[in-house]
Design a protein around this ligand. Structure first.
Ligand SMILES: *[C@@H]1O[C@H](CO)[C@@H](O)[C@H](O)[C@H]1NC(C)=O
Ligand SMILES: *[C@@H]1O[C@H](CO)[C@@H](O)[C@H](O)[C@H]1NC(C)=O
Length: 308
């Protein structure tokens, strides 16, 4: 494990002034090494847009950014505070709601070209939109597979394959169908159905993560009330946490265990672990990248932080 750190450390010590930043140096050092995964990271709600078309149901975050209360909302004052802010030089409401964001739903071909071409990346972390893939059918009262949602992700994965980009897919990155609640037991079964759908429909995906920042969903959404669905409470974040934990248990025990990984996200090559984070909701295509070196007892500390 320590060897990985030594490799990076020595590379950095020997870095030449010819490279104007850490990222350029690391990319050049590893370019051509097929085992080195260099990626960017996103979430469905942050990039897809197309929030109300092709059969997609609204998510708790779509509603939150529109100040539409969820049955769990107890603090309407928090609405929209954590949704997008208008970037410098831009104007208009498209930055505030999740209606359009990066419009990845319509522009994924260009985005993946950019990723693999100009950015020189060969991996991408992304999430599946639960309300796009398994929306509520109001007539039947059930969450049913949305073929248009399946087709969208199939097309995205085909494009990634064509460009040599390895997908790392998070099942859930906070965008819950807006009729569900983390305070109710049945969300566990709903999530299990969704996870099974993803595993069955997308055998081409081998790198799965269960849930992004599980703690933040509960503490932000059901404690502080600053995230969707704006539920402020001193105790309910624990109820949320209990259900989230049950969900992880259901997925990672039994047959599904072979396909799911509890690791939230890690791309590992040798002993070097890289995490890159794409920008916040509604922001344009700027990137924040954090490089982590694992295996060291201090491994959770970013050793280099680069802001592009
Ligand atoms: C979808 O949302 C847009 C705003 O982003 C709105 O103009 C449009 O009418 C909505 N379409 C449907 C079918 O609800
Ligand atoms: C919704 O459910 C009804 C009743 O079961 C069914 O007839 C209809 O085809 C479903 N709609 C969609 C979009 O699947």
């Amino acid at each position: 494990m320590a060897r990985g750190f030594a490799i990076v450390a020595s590379l950095l010590l020997r870095r030449s002034a010819a490279f104007d930043d850490d990222e350029a140096y690391i990319v050049s050092a590893f370019q051509g090494d097929a085992n080195f995964l260099w990626g960017s990271a996103t979430a469905a709600a942050q990039i897809e847009g197309a929030w109300n078309i092709s059969g997609k149901q609204a998510s708790t975050w779509d509603d939150f950014c529109y100040s539409i209360p969820h049955r769990d909302t107890t603090d309407p004052d928090t609405f929209s505070k954590t949704c997008g802010s208008i970037p410098e030089g831009q104007s208009g409401s498209r930055w505030v709601t999740l209606d359009v964001t990066d419009d990845f739903f319509h522009t994924y071909n260009g985005d993946i070209d950019l990723l693999s071409g100009e950015y020189g990346m060969n991996a991408m972390r992304m999430s599946m939109s639960w309300p796009r893939l398994m929306p509520l059918n109001k007539s039947s009262g059930k969450h049913e597979v949305n073929p248009e949602g399946v087709k969208f992700y199939k097309d995205v994965f085909a494009m990634m394959k064509k460009r040599g980009v390895t997908p790392f897919v998070t099942l859930h990155h906070w965008d819950v169908p807006n009729d569900l609640s983390w305070l109710e037991d049945d969300i566990v079964n709903h999530f299990l159905d969704f996870a099974k759908l993803c595993f069955n429909e997308f055998p081409e995906i081998t790198n799965w993560a269960t849930v992004n920042e599980p703690n933040s969903i509960c503490s932000g959404g059901y404690g502080a009330g600053v995230f969707a669905p704006g539920h402020k409470s001193t105790t309910d974040h624990l109820v949320c946490g209990h259900h989230r934990h049950m969900r992880d248990q259901s997925i990672t025990s039994g047959n599904l265990a072979r396909r799911a990984t509890l690791e939230l996200f890690s791309i590992t090559s040798g002993h070097i672990q890289i995490q890159t984070v794409k920008q916040t909701i509604g922001q344009p295509r700027t990137t924040e990248t954090i490089y982590l070196v694992s295996g060291l007892s201090l491994s959770s500390k970013p050793v280099i932080t680069h802001r592009a």
